[in-house]
Structures are given as structure tokens and as C-alpha cells.
Design a binder for this molecule. Structure first.
Ligand code: PMP
Length: 325
């Protein structure tokens, strides 16, 4: 990584070292920010960097900012263009992660927010968030997922991530790779930074939005791949803790964790303790679709270095150059 990468801050591109906020900033004291996370994958065959579903991420981010009454003065499409420009300015030739952050920026004390808002975009080289090649050991934590009527977990609100930080810390200190939250009604909700799926009797099952989850974009992508490519039945319903102990397969999804198999839960093997066949297949499909190796999903991707390319040209290129599994 360049020692001082370019970031987008206060409506301009500046070196990271110059992007500074006051210690009086409202969001720093009260958690009044909303962030998101977007990946871009480098495809060697086409020497191109592809942002994964940037417009969908920005549309969710802007909608969630509305919950905190933070105004981001650009459309989702404009934000995707600024992000591609940011990546070009940094000259990335590997996988990266983009962190949009909008926040209450007034430099004053007092919890009542005013209408002073700001946002920034950071892009950094990014590898694996969790090493899940051999599967993870997940543990249910004692912390409960925040309730919608306390801090909505369907928005990536900065302050709500104290809940995730507590869970993640507890899980890691207890020897697990990742945490699983239950909600206040005792149902399985999600991981600290990822959604959860289980497979029982060939059905792919995941908690619904009303179980205090973040409505993940990776979750939506994996549901689409499961239905279209594997013809799997996908059910959104509440999951009980003990179902996780007897199901056939479990995995997490998220921009950072990608699709991470869980092979052990609370010191019990999931089925035979090996990565399950449906999980392995979905993971392969997810990586192929997001790395521009499947023409049918080229519309999920925004090329950074050749922004003028049409979807038809992209699909042709996928077929000619990168369709190698
Ligand atoms: N749940 C939580 C709590 C998260 O922080 C994330 C990461 N954004 C996810 C789920 C997965 O969401 P996405 O697939 O949109 O990254």
C-alpha cells in the first residue's frame, strides 16, 4: 500500500495524512455515523479491477443515512463513479476494500444532532478478513443483538458496532474465530460482521430482516446464486440455536468475510466437521461471479480502469478471457 494513499474527504481527493477531523466531532462522541464496506477484485486476465455492486451498496448506505438524518449530496451512481476515480488515482492492481463513512460532523458537545454532515471514502488494499480456507469455529456469545427499537441493526450505524465489538472480543478471547448473536427473543441473528446461513435437508435457510440482521448485499447475492445456479429452495425464517447444532452445513456471508464456511459451532462439529458440498459450491460461484468469471453476473461489477466499456463488451470479454474455472 502507498504510505499515503489518496482518499475522498470534504468533497475532494486528498492524501490520507491531510484528512483530519476535530476531536469535538459529534460522531466521535456519540457514534452518529453510518458506514458501508465495498470490495473490488482484481482480475489478472483482463488486467481490470471490478467494484462489486457499488451502486447497491451506495443505495443502501444512503437509505441508512436517512435513519440518522444524514444527507449525502450525491446519487448512488455518482458515488460509484467517485469511487472508481479514487481507485484509479491510487493505481490499485490488487484486491481492495472501500469504506464510505457519513457522519454528524459539527464540532460541538451535546447529543442533539444538527444538520451538519460530512462523508469520506477510503480505499485500501485488502486480503482475507478471516482465514476460512479450512472452515471456522464459531461460538454463540452472551451479548444479544441490538434491537430495532434501540439502534436499528439493518443500518451500519457506527455506534451499533460497539455491540459487534463486544461480541467479537468475547468470541475471540474464548477461542472462537467468529461470534454468533442471538436476538432478544432467543433466535439466531447474525455474526458480528456477517450474515449466517444454514443448510437443513437441502434447503438454504437464513434469518429474516425482522430478526435484527443487517440486510447484507452478499446475503442477497448468495440467495440469487443458490436459486438460479443450484435451484435450491431458499427460506428466510427464524432459526433456533439448537438447529445450528444439528444442521448439515453453516456458513457466513459478508463483503469482508466473503463466503466463510463454519465447520464447528460451540465445540460441536457441524455434521462431519468438514466444509459441506453446498457451501463449497456456493463459495466457488460467489468468487467466480465477483471476480468477473461468469457473464450472467457481469452486471454486478463496475470496471475501474475502463469505465466506458458496455455490459455487452464486458460479457464478451468475460467469455473470451476470464472464463476459466
Ligand atoms: N451483518 C453485519 C453486522 C455486518 O457488519 C455486515 C458487513 N457489512 C454484514 C452483516 C454483511 O453485509 P454485506 O454483505 O452487505 O457486507
Amino acid at each position: 500500500m502507498k504510505s499515503d494513499p489518496v482518499v475522498y474527504f470534504e468533497n475532494q481527493f486528498v492524501p490520507l495524512s491531510e484528512a483530519k477531523v476535530s476531536i469535538m466531532t459529534h460522531a466521535l462522541h456519540y457514534g452518529t455515523g453510518v458506514f458501508d464496506g465495498i470490495r473490488a477484485y482484481w482480475n489478472t486476465a483482463s488486467a481490470e479491477l471490478y467494484l462489486v455492486r457499488p451502486v447497491d451498496h451506495y443505495a443502501r448506505w444512503k437509505a441508512n443515512c436517512g435513519i440518522l438524518r444524514i444527507n449525502v449530496p450525491h446519487s448512488a451512481e455518482e458515488l460509484a463513479k467517485i469511487t472508481a476515480d479514487l481507485c484509479r488515482r491510487n493505481g490499485f492492481t490488487g484486491n481492495i476494500y472501500v469504506r464510505p463513512l457519513a457522519y454528524k460532523s459539527a464540532a460541538r458537545l451535546g447529543v442533539h444532532p444538527d444538520d451538519t454532515d460530512a462523508f469520506s471514502l477510503i480505499a485500501i488494499p485488502f486480503g482475507d478478513y478471516l482465514d476460512s480456507r479450512n472452515g471456522l469455529h464459531a461460538g454463540i456469545v452472551s451479548w444479544r443483538r441490538v434491537e430495532d427499537n434501540a439502534i436499528p441493526s439493518r443500518a451500519k450505524i457506527c455506534g451499533a458496532y460497539v455491540n459487534s465489538a463486544l461480541a467479537s472480543d468475547e468470541a475471540r478471547r474464548n477461542g472462537f474465530d467468529e461470534a454468533i448473536f442471538l436476538n432478544e427473543s432467543g433466535h439466531v441473528s447474525e455474526g458480528a460482521t456477517c450474515n449466517i446461513f444454514m443448510i437443513r435437508n437441502n434447503k438454504l435457510i437464513t434469518p429474516p430482516g425482522s430478526d435484527n440482521i443487517l440486510e447484507g448485499i452478499t446475503r442477497a447475492s448468495v440467495i440469487e446464486l443458490a436459486r438460479r445456479e443450484l435451484r435450491l429452495e431458499v427460506v428466510e425464517r427464524s432459526i433456533e440455536r439448537s438447529e445450528l447444532y444439528i444442521c448439515d452445513e453453516i456458513f457466513f456471508t459478508g463483503t469482508a468475510v466473503e463466503l466463510a464456511p463454519v465447520v464447528r459451532i460451540d465445540h460441536r462439529d457441524v455434521a462431519n466437521g468438514k466444509i459441506g458440498p453446498i457451501t463449497a459450491e456456493l463459495r466457488r460461484l460467489y468468487f467466480d461471479a465477483t471476480h468477473c468469471r461468469m457473464p450472467a453476473y457481469a452486471h454486478w461489477l463496475t470496471p475501474v480502469y475502463n469505465p466506458g466499456v458496455t455490459m455487452e463488451e464486458m460479457k464478451a470479454e468475460v467469455r473470451d478471457e476470464c472464463w476459466a474455472v
